[in-house]
Design a protein around this ligand. Structure first.
Ligand SMILES: *[C@@H]1O[C@H](CO)[C@@H](O)[C@H](O)[C@H]1NC(C)=O
Ligand SMILES: *[C@@H]1O[C@H](CO)[C@@H](O)[C@H](O)[C@H]1NC(C)=O
Ligand SMILES: *[C@@H]1O[C@H](CO)[C@@H](O)[C@H](O)[C@H]1NC(C)=O
Ligand SMILES: *[C@@H]1O[C@H](CO)[C@@H](O)[C@H](O)[C@H]1NC(C)=O
Ligand SMILES: *[C@@H]1O[C@H](CO)[C@@H](O)[C@H](O)[C@H]1NC(C)=O
Ligand SMILES: *[C@@H]1O[C@H](CO)[C@@H](O)[C@H](O)[C@H]1NC(C)=O
Ligand SMILES: *[C@@H]1O[C@H](CO)[C@@H](O)[C@H](O)[C@H]1NC(C)=O
Ligand SMILES: *[C@@H]1O[C@H](CO)[C@@H](O)[C@H](O)[C@H]1NC(C)=O
Length: 477
């Protein structure tokens, strides 16, 4: 008893300390390949350049001792970056947790208005600064801890400027020659000592932004989606992989799904920028909560059947296979309550996606001036197979009914054979209902886009237990 209590205490302590006693398998995995990272770098450098070119640079005021003439006060205003030319840049993945970023010799040209006063001399003119051969090397450590947050830290940083050129474009330039040498040096030293602090701040900002990304998404009044990160990102020499929990929860009780996703691994690809893997677990958690919330139930009444249809929902239409129904309730409206008996299940297997829907149909008649009367209950087990494909920018599917089991569970209007009903349903499903659904699914739905990017040339691959999409990405297309 004592031992048991101590064990419980220990376990509680471990939980409180946030120690994961058991690894959580992810429902969705995202892998960014070297190709993706290089594309990201290319987009990032363009973005960085345009951001820097537009960046407001604060005015600067200072004093400087000038030999013989005394103390000069000066200011630089309206400073603007005129040009940046980046040298070769690279991102090298350093297993198992680091990114090594390098930017080769970079030149920056800055222009501004200069004004100064020393003794009785005033001067206003344009100043032109050229910072040459700036080199950056930053090693960023990517971590994760039990609070399920990514952490980014600057593990190492080196910054060096080769030279600084200062040009004054006015008449008084002769005078500046006296101190330009020391000014160049102090600018270079200031840059070299401050740059890494700047980068550390940028990384801290980036980490804060990452932490602001919510871990839950409220889908609707029934469902929440948890996409927290469940493990430290895995960095190999040619990819970064991030695992997301990806579980639908009931918005009402937030109960954990009774099962966890089966482990799966993404293929090693180098010719695509991004590989996304989705476990069967993800749609199945959605099916489970919609089922538990009673959302998988529909009432089919005659009013929902288009007027153009010859067959109406009344006992007359049932007379060929359930004659007793028409005898007891002549030409009476029928209501069908269709519902899932168990949570539907999705599973993937060698190239296709399967859906099993264990359904039931409870039929009622609605005699005039009387409440509805239950007449029979059918179990309908539908197995549907979907071929999933990409056409253009859309993801589409082609559904086929592979199997539809029908059985009469009980009847208030004598036992009847469901074979005729089954034939009727098969015909209706294959010639009317599925083609109607397929017209929508065949055309497909636009692939999701995120952060102004679109998927380019995606390839879908369905394997046992999970589906992968390997794709290139285009920014701003
Ligand atoms: C990062 O790259 C630089 C330059 O390529 C290299 O000197 C340094 O050793 C690398 N650091 C790590 C941690 O790989
Ligand atoms: C986990 O990392 C976050 C972000 O770096 C930090 O704020 C938090 O204190 C860390 N928690 C633990 C338990 O280490
Ligand atoms: C990456 O790692 C794999 C094995 O982990 C190795 O075979 C391969 O040569 C490495 N590639 C590079 C570019 O270092
Ligand atoms: C369907 O009809 C039944 C019986 O009239 C009713 O209890 C139920 O609330 C209805 N369900 C829906 C989804 O309309
Ligand atoms: C959908 O599947 C059916 C049956 O397998 C086939 O006849 C039809 O051509 C397919 N349609 C498309 C658009 O692939
Ligand atoms: C549907 O598929 C499942 C799994 O393959 C199978 O057990 C079940 O019998 C099928 N249902 C019908 C009605 O064929
Ligand atoms: C109903 O009829 C079917 C065949 O038509 C038979 O197999 C089944 O046992 C019958 N059920 C009852 C409850 O009579
Ligand atoms: C998306 O990219 C295009 C082209 O690069 C750009 O013009 C547009 O401003 C971007 N939109 C957003 C919201 O970033």
């Amino acid at each position: 008893m004592e031992v048991w209590r101590n064990l419980k205490m220990l376990w509680l302590l471990l939980v409180l300390l946030g120690v994961q006693t058991e690894a959580i398998n992810p429902g969705i995995k995202v892998k960014i390949t070297k190709k993706g990272l290089d594309y990201g770098k290319q987009v990032g450098m363009k973005f960085l350049k345009s951001t820097l070119m537009k960046m407001p640079i604060p005015d600067y005021k200072g004093t400087q001792r000038v030999p013989i003439m005394g103390t000069m006060t000066y200011s630089m205003t309206g400073v603007q970056i005129k040009d940046i030319s980046f040298g070769e840049s690279s991102i090298v993945l350093v297993p198992s947790s680091k990114l090594n970023l390098s930017v080769g010799p970079t030149d920056v040209e800055v222009q501004g208005d200069w004004s100064m006063k020393v003794s009785f001399i005033h001067d206003n003119e344009k100043i032109n600064l050229k910072l040459k051969g700036m080199m950056l090397n930053a090693v960023v450590e990517v971590g994760w801890n039990a609070t399920r947050r990514l952490s980014l830290s600057l593990a190492n940083c080196r910054f060096q400027t080769k030279s600084v050129d200062i040009n004054f474009q006015g008449r008084s330039s002769w005078m500046y020659k006296l101190f330009i040498g020391s000014a160049k040096n102090s600018i270079r030293q200031a840059l070299d000592s401050k740059a890494c602090d700047g980068i550390r701040k940028v990384i801290a900002t980036l980490e804060r932004k990452l932490h602001e990304v919510p871990e839950y998404s409220h889908i609707n009044s029934l469902a929440d989606f948890d996409y927290s990160i469940v493990a430290a990102p895995v960095i190999t020499n040619n990819s970064i992989e991030v695992d997301f929990k990806s579980e639908f929860y009931s918005a009402l009780d937030h109960l954990e799904a009774p099962e966890s996703p089966a482990p799966f691994s993404l293929p090693e690809l180098t010719d695509r920028m991004l590989v996304l893997g989705v476990s069967d677990f993800v749609p199945n958690t959605a099916a489970l909560i919609y089922y538990r919330a009673g959302a998988l139930s529909w009432n089919l009444t005659d009013s929902k059947i288009p007027q153009s249809f010859a067959t109406r929902l009344n006992t007359g239409s049932f007379k060929s296979f359930a004659p007793e129904l028409q005898k007891q309730f002549p030409n009476t409206p029928v209501v069908l309550k269709i519902f899932a008996r168990h949570p539907p299940r999705v599973w993937t297997q060698s190239g296709s996606l399967h859906l099993m829907f264990p359904g039931a149909v409870q039929a009622f008649v609605q005699p005039k001036r009387s409440s509805e009367v239950p007449v029979f209950l059918l179990h309908v087990d539908a197995n549907i197979t979907a071929q999933v494909f990409v056409s253009g920018k859309n993801i589409g599917a082609n559904l086929t009914m592979t199997d539809c089991g029908l059985s009469l569970v009980h009847s208030e209007v004598k036992n009847f054979s469901v074979n005729k009903l089954k034939n009727l349903m098969d015909v209706a499903l294959k010639s009317a209902i599925l083609p109607q659904i397929n017209r929508k699914f065949n055309k497909g739905y636009p692939l999701p886009t995120l952060f102004n990017t679109s998927l380019h040339d995606p390839v879908i691959n369905i394997q046992e237990g999970f589906l992968t999409i390997a794709t290139d990405i285009l920014y701003g297309a």
